[in-house]
Design a protein around this ligand. Structure first.
Ligand code: GMT
Length: 375
């Protein structure tokens, strides 16, 4: 198939999922065309089947808000026509689903039919999409998609609860490429971070409010008071300064390293003992899956789709949002017992294997074929 993929090109989960999916589809012999405003961060190589089409947004003094959606729709018209695409797969509804709908209408005037699949990722539904500002457009463009998928059962239910959706939403969970994300022993790195054999806790995110990153520091401070340990904070975003200050205020700053945005997340995970994800909302929790694939158990909140990924008492523990004491206690339960820690590490990997790319990729391929046939 010739597949167009529209996504955000950033480190965010939806962009990562879209890019990894596109790369895997290209590996399988499909021709994949990414259409977005920058080269996606995980699009770190090119092959004969991978293409990137940049959406350029022209500036004009009149445009206080440059109309990205129109530029994207125009670029999609161009790419679909000239590359003769079979299907468009847009990740994150806003504004990708409505831009694809517009492109589809324009292409129809050229006698070209292009089916559109929208994959819902989380905040496009739960936070941004549900905002009155966008709601009518989001509802309309989901209903006008030829196929709709969501990355967890919970997000599917949220979408039906929050919007008037007439379409079937198919759950295709996020996935992990176990060839890349696996436990690669990095003894020298571990020694540099934790010279006295301290336990290493880790968190990765975009440090947005929804991630509750200050709670990561609070949980760590409680663990650190009892157990020699280090915390690695990977990523960057609005709450990072608050976290840095909090680490100082709580007297743990010498044990917390802020590493900023990192490409080789799997190497950091590989030296870690426990992943913390206390998010207020999380449709799936891809970062937790990346940790689990590297044999790292997870202490998370029980928000959104997290219980579909992190299994209580097996791959980690789940506590209510904001239950810092409960999460710290759960972390200590795992970290203070070497045998239990090893068992949880093993369980995390075993469970992550259920989300192996090799299992999920055919679900997308079959869905593409079904949508092409029925639209
Ligand atoms: O979590 C974010 O802020 C990024 C966001 C995105 O759209 O890039 O992540 C969402 O999509 C990921 C991939 O499907 C999911 O793993 C995340 O759980 C989801 N985030 C939220 O629901 C808050």
């Amino acid at each position: 198939m010739k597949i167009g993929i529209v996504c955000y090109p950033t480190f965010g989960g939806s962009g990562v999922v879209a890019t990894e999916l596109g790369k895997a589809l290209a590996d399988r012999g499909h021709q994949v065309h990414f259409v977005t405003y920058n080269q996606p961060v995980r699009l770190d190589f090119f092959s004969e089947n991978l293409f990137y089409h940049e959406v350029a947004v022209s500036k004009y003094p009149l445009f206080e808000y440059p109309p990205y959606e129109l530029a994207l729709a125009s670029r999609l018209v161009d790419v679909v026509r000239f590359e003769k695409l079979d299907i468009l797969h847009v990740h994150y509804a806003i504004p990708h689903a409505s831009a694809a709908f517009m492109a589809k209408q324009i292409l129809a005037t050229y006698g070209i039919h292009i089916p559109v699949i929208t994959t819902l990722h989380g905040t496009d539904i739960t936070l941004v999409g549900n905002d009155r500002t966008y709601k009518p457009v989001v509802t309309f463009s989901i209903n006008k998609s030829d196929g709709v998928t969501s990355v967890s059962e919970h997000l599917r239910n949220d979408t039906y609860r929050l919007f008037e959706i007439e379409k079937d939403i198919k759950v295709i969970t996020n996935f992990i490429d176990l060839r890349r994300f696996n436990h690669t022993p990095k003894g020298h790195f571990k020694k540099a971070i934790a010279p006295e054999g301290e336990k290493i806790l880790v968190h990765t995110s975009n440090f947005r409010k929804v991630k509750c990153t200050p709670d990561v520091v609070r949980i760590f401070a409680k663990v650190n008071a009892v157990l020699p340990s280090k915390l690695l904070m990977v990523g960057d975003g609005e709450d990072r300064p608050e976290c840095e200050q909090l680490a100082r205020d709580l007297g743990v700053s010498q044990n917390v390293r802020f590493l900023g945005k990192q490409d080789a997340v799997e190497e950091i995970m590989s030296v870690s003992d426990l992943f913390l994800m206390p998010s207020k909302s999380e449709s799936f929790g891809l970062a937790a899956l990346e940790a689990m694939a590297c044999r790292v158990p997870v202490i998370s909140s029980n928000a959104g789709g997290l219980p579909e990924l992190n299994v209580e008492g097996l791959t980690g523990y789940l506590r209510d949002v904001g239950d810092v004491d409960g999460m710290a206690q759960a972390a200590l339960t795992i970290l203070q017992d070497e045998e239990r820690l090893n068992q949880f590490k093993e369980n995390a990997l075993t469970h992550a294997r259920k989300f192996d790319l090799a299992n999920i990729l055919p679900e997308y391929e079959n869905f593409y074929l079904e949508v092409i046939k029925n639209s």
